[in-house]
Design a protein around this ligand. Structure first.
Ligand code: BMA
Length: 330
């Protein structure tokens, strides 16, 4: 039995694993939980992040508009299933308009660190890079300096300092639909200057684990456990009819999280339902957030489906640890 290190969250969404189901992650029966037109101007709502907030939940959602521009919107919920998403995108306060000027914003992650909620996202600044901001109330947002030079995507913060440093995973990329991508870790004393970059893990050559052979990228903020940091990530295979995005998991060392202790050879979730297989970009499951309950080891994963709608899936710490050990890369 492994243990999640963190808070209890008894009220988080949960459904038991269906009887006879033999995979480690199962979908919410009412999926998708957020449809594509849930706000008046949205073409699609997906790749979004949620956290516990006050007596309910808050989140930052990727809503592409009817002109198909990419932006991030705050939203609130009592039960983490039904969401009220603002009709206007997040605007950031900041000292330098060079930084706060919006080109495009997408694929947010949100995490509570110390005294506030940090938001990271893919931020257009002469190409994609990692934007960082924070909020106390999901009403007023403050933007910090971009973490890196372009080009980079999937900036994902750890929920606490490790060895006195803030830590962020990311996936250096290119200007387009990047045909490569490994996960790296960067460290910062102050959330502004990032360095001490470390390689975490890369793609898998050949067909040993083909679902993650073209590129990989971190998903939800890593989950602290007594055995290490549990990382849920996406992996991509290039097929003759396009990219296919699946979900996998890995276990990173608690003190030196660039060291991989365990990694799943088999994926944990793949596009199989119609809402994952068809949409603006077919065959994509793209995890960006997880709620966890330390008392029971339950995990609720929020993931984008076919770049169009948002899905919810469930697992437990023991399911993922067991799967990784049974179908290990080592
Ligand atoms: C990636 C990102 C994601 C998207 C995925 C599949 O490069 O742009 O936002 O979900 O491609 O299209």
């Amino acid at each position: 039995m492994s243990k999640i290190i963190g808070k209890a969250l008894a009220g988080m969404p949960w459904q038991e694993k269906p009887k006879g189901f033999d995979k480690p992650v199962w979908r919410y029966t009412e999926n998708p939980i957020i449809g594509r037109h849930e706000i008046p101007t949205s073409n699609s709502i997906f790749n979004s992040a949620v956290v516990p907030f006050e007596d309910g939940y808050a989140g930052v959602f990727r809503c592409d508009s009817l002109s198909v521009s990419m932006d991030i919107f705050a939203g609130f919920s009592k039960d983490a299933v039904h969401w009220d998403i603002n009709h206007e995108p997040v605007t950031f306060k900041g000292e330098d308009p060079e930084v706060t000027n919006r080109e495009y914003r997408y694929d947010p992650r949100v995490v509570w660190i110390e005294d506030r909620y940090y938001v990271t996202w893919c931020n257009g600044y002469h190409g994609p890079t990692i934007g960082i901001g924070y909020t106390y109330d999901f009403k007023t947002f403050y933007q910090l300096e971009n973490a890196f030079l372009p080009y980079n995507r999937n900036g994902v913060l750890f929920p606490r300092k490790i060895g006195g440093k803030y830590m962020m995973l990311s996936r250096p990329s290119d200007t387009g639909h990047t045909p490569f991508g490994d996960i790296f870790l960067s460290q910062s004393p102050d959330m502004e200057y990032w360095g001490h970059h470390r390689f975490v893990m890369g793609t898998c050559d050949g067909d040993f684990s083909a679902w993650q052979s073209m590129k990989i990228g971190p998903g939800p903020c890593p989950i602290e456990t007594d055995e290490g940091w549990l990382l849920i990530y996406h992996g991509v295979l290039r097929t003759c009819s396009g990219y296919v995005y699946r979900m996998g998991c890995a276990l990173l060392d608690l003190e030196e999280p660039w060291k991989v202790k365990q990694r799943s050879r088999y994926y944990v979730l793949a596009p199989e339902m119609l809402y994952e297989q068809t949409g603006d970009v077919p065959n994509v499951v793209f995890p960006c957030a997880a709620l966890t309950d330390a008392d029971t080891g339950r995990i609720a994963i929020y993931y984008g489906c076919a770049d169009t709608v948002t899905g919810l899936a469930f697992t437990t710490i023991d399911e993922l640890m067991g799967w990784m050990k049974k179908y290990s890369m080592q």
